[in-house]
Design a protein around this ligand. Sequence first.
Ligand code: GLU
Length: 296
Amino acid sequence: MVNHVERFAPGPTGLLHLGHAFSALTAYDAARKAGGRFLLRMEDIDTTRARAEYEDAIFRDLAWLGIEWETPVLRQSDRFDAYRAAIDDLDRRGLIYPCFCSRKEINAALSAPHDTGAEGGPDGPAYPGACRLMPRDPSKLSHRPYAMRLDMGKAIASLGGAGIVKKLSFKETGKGPRGETKKINLDPGYLIELCGDIVISRKENPSSYHLSVVLDDAFQQITHVTRGQDLFSATSIHRLLQALLGRPTPVYRHHRLITDEDGKRLAKRDDARSLEALREQGATPQDVRKILGLGA
Ligand code: GLU
């Protein structure tokens, strides 16, 4: 039985750059070394931004890097029924609620004088919670677009409370004193105060990144998730959702971020630094591995 399944999960919303190459090659090398499998997933949940031409460019860039992936490729846009089923389940259990707030209203509430201005979790400051307190009005749901949010307090209580959630953990590869796997426990205080009531489905999308990534990793039977350090704080949310939805927990590796010469993180918008541009300037896949400090 193959016990090492990795994936690369880009959003087809721009050209891939060196940061993506680092994630994809690290995951691919780890799968090969372990005699495991390597899967690709198109995170095209944001149908307003996903483009077929970016998907083609992803295939071209990965093949150029010498990466082979299994087919068919999973697309989040084919998974809407699965997301719906999980949302209905959370709703039946009373763990999510509709939120009608606009970004503007949320920002205004966050800058109110009583707010402590805390930095927040992976999605920014925690939602102040106006809609959590409102009784559900079915007639309103059919008239106005809304997001669904997880009631973080109720979610933690439903798992048995903070004492139990503190014992939930995930394994992080390469973070122990000698580069070994380290166990990371969840911090319920961080989840409640800084992450807060995270979005489960958006007004314009049938799922959020957090929900789909948890469901898709389980669906693809991913055993090892390789991704950037910028997603480390999101992993606590994913671990909590795995517990709520009865999904297994993969081993995680959050790798260092690839930055430009000014130390800034590379962005998808920066086409001049894309893999495509590097290739056009004559770089080889071996050059890319060398720049990234990866073996041949
Ligand atoms: N789609 C995400 C990205 O492009 C990565 C998702 C993940 O690794 O969980 O950064």
